[in-house]
Design a binder for this molecule. Sequence first.
Ligand code: PLP
Length: 479
Amino acid sequence: MTEQKTYHMSAADFRRHGRAAVDWIADYYEQIESLPVQSQVAPGQIRAGLPPHPPPAGEAFEDILQDVTNLILPGVTHWQSPNFFAFFPANTSGPAILGDLLSSGLGVQGMLWATSPACTELETHVMDWVVEMLGLPAKFLSSSAGGGVIQDSASSAALCALLAARERATNFASNEQGNDGRLVAYTSTQAHSSIEKAVKIAGIGRQNLRLIEVDENFGMRPDLLARQIEEDRQGGLTPFFVVATVGTTSSNGLDPLTEIGEICTVNNIWLHVDGAMAGTAALCPEYRWIHDGLETADSYCFNPHKWMFTNFDCDCFYVADRNILIQTLSILPEYLRNQATESGAVIDYRDWNIPLGRRFRALKLWFVIRHYGIEGLQYHIRRHVELAREFAAWIEKDDRFEMVVLPPLNLVCFRHRGGDDINQNLMDRLNRGGDLYLTHTMMHDRLTLRLCVGQTHTRRRHVVDAWRKIQEAAGELEK
Ligand code: PLP
C-alpha cells in the first residue's frame, strides 16, 4: 500500500462540496413553502427507493447530494416550514446551523475540561449569559453553588435531576445499594411523558409516580399535591421528587411554582421545573412571571432547541447545588485522570450528564445569542405570542369554533363545536393538503386542535393563511 493513497476528501473538495451543501440548505429554505409541510409518503416508501446494499466503491458527492433531493426530501416533514404549527416547534436558524457546522468541523469531544478547555468554558459562560437573559435565579450561576450545563434534551435533564434527587434523599446510598422501593415522585397529569420515562429508567418504579390532578387551566393543584405527599408519608413512603411544568405539552398549562415550591421546601423534596418550550418566553421581561416561584427550585431546564432558534439538540439544565449532581454522576477511571481535574480548578461536564462524550453544543447557542442579540430574540418571541393571540381572537369571533383555554403564550387550543369526528377530519384534511401542519390533544375528554406559533420564519401572513385554510376546510366538512 502506498502512503499517498487516500480515500479521504481533500481540502479543496471539501471547500467545493461544502459550498454546495450550504447552497443546498439555502435553496431548501427558499423553496420550503412550496413543499407539503407533513411528508406525504407511505410507510416503507423511502427505503424502497434506496439501493438494497451499500456501495462497494465510493460515490461522487454530487450524486449523494442529488439523492438527498430525490430520495430523502419527499420523506421529510418540514419542521422548518413557516407553516409548521404542530407539536411544539424544533426550530433552527442560520447562525445555529453554522455554529453546529463549526462544531462538527472542530470535532472535539468535550468530556473533560482538559480534552478541550474552550468547549467547557464557552459552555459555562453561555449558560451564565442565559441566566441573565431569562432573569433566572442567581443560584443557577456558575459563580454560586449551582450552575448550568447543556444537555441533549429535556428528557435527559429530567433524568439527571431525578437521579440527583434520589441520591440526596438517600444520602447517596441508592447509588451504592439500589433503592428500597419507598421513594415516591410527583408530577401533574399533564406533565411530559419524559418524567414517567425517567422514573422507569432510574428504578423508582412507575407505581411510585403520582400524577396530581390539575385545575381548569391545566396547572397542577398544590392542595392535592400536599395531600398526596402527606398520605404517602403516613404510609411509610419517602416523597423525594416533584416536577412542575412551565408550559405543558398538551395545552401550555403553567403549574403554580410558588405554592409547589413551598410544599417542596417544607417537605425537603427536590423540585425540578420543566420549562422545555415556554421557558424561552422569559427572554421578554413581560413574560417572566411564568417563572414566579422558581427561586425555590433545585433544578430547571428549558430547550433553546424548541423556541430559541437553536437547532436540536440543546437543552439548558441548571442546578442549585452542583455538588449533588456531580457526586451522583461522577466516576473517575484511571484513564481519565489529569492534572486539571485533580487541581479542582475546572469543570468536567462529563459528571453533569449521562453520556461521557459531549459535543461542542455551546458554539451554536453562542452564535444564536450573538447574531440576534437579546433585542432580536425578544422581538421574534413577542411576535409569535402576538400572532397566537391574534389567531385566538379570530377563533373567538367565529361561532363554529371555541377556545378551550385562553392561550397564555404561543399555543392556541381550539375546536370546532361539531364534535370529535369533525375535528379529526378537519385536521386530517388540512395535514393531507400539505399547506400547514397542526396536531391535536385531548382536553376535557374531547379532541382539541393545537396551533403553536413558534417556527423561526412564521410571519403574520402564514397565520392568516392557516386560519383561512381552517375556515375553508370547516366549510367543506359542514356541507
Ligand atoms: N417537557 C415538555 C414540557 C415538552 O413539551 C417536551 C417535548 O415536547 C419535553 C419535555 C421533552 O423534550 P426533549 O425532546 O428535549 O426531551
